[in-house]
Design a protein around this ligand. Structure first.
Ligand code: F42
Length: 147
């Protein structure tokens, strides 16, 4: 299934470029975080105000076919906007990890389940641990499963 709606690119140039190249090459290029060899995925959400489709690269944290989505935003004091998009419309989500996107169901984690996925997230991308020390908010973690 493909989400219906108008796509609005990120205002951040490096993010916009990564999304464009990843999609154009079916994930063969622009599939790592810049200056690293750590893999990323693309997540499509629906804007909670505009209703437009937004595409967000995130680090790839995969386990048994499910993915953690870590709303770290580099340890900034505020959640990224896509956090609110996911909360507002958790049914309008697509994940791309390779050539084709797939429709996903997401939910925010808490307690032991969050702890378990947080460990996986830090194993995949160690700077998440440092990001947590920079902010008072508990960095939100979602799990996304193929529908
Ligand atoms: N960010 C993370 O939080 N975690 C990661 O693991 C991560 C990895 C990563 C890897 C590669 C890469 O290129 C980027 C990576 N990022 C990661 C950054 C991530 O892709 C996002 O850019 C970042 O998290 C910020 O997300 P954001 O949703 O806050 O994006 C801002 C810049 C943005 O797009 N703002 C738009 C704008 O026009 O200002 C708004 C987009 C939007 O969704 N608007 C809503 C709407 O309805 O359309 C409503 C807006 C509102 O006012 O509520």
């Amino acid at each position: 299934m493909t989400l219906e709606g108008e796509y609005e690119a990120s205002p951040w140039e490096w993010v916009r470029d990564q999304v464009e190249t990843y999609e154009r090459t079916g994930g063969r290029e622009a599939n790592t975080l810049r200056d690293t060899d750590l893999p990323i995925i693309l997540v499509t959400t629906r804007g909670n105000k505009s209703g437009k489709l937004r595409k967000t690269p995130l680090m790839r944290v995969e386990h048994d076919g499910d993915y953690a989505l870590v709303a770290s935003m580099g340890g900034a004091p505020k959640n990224p906007v896509w956090y609110y998009n996911l909360k507002g419309d958790p049914d309008s989500v697509e994940i791309q990890d390779g050539p084709e996107p797939f429709h996903a169901a997401v939910r925010e984690l808490s307690g032991a389940e969050r702890d378990e996925w947080w460990k996986r997230a830090v194993a995949a991308y160690p700077p998440y641990a440092e990001y947590q020390t920079r902010t008072d908010r508990l960095i939100p973690v979602f799990v996304a499963a193929r529908r």
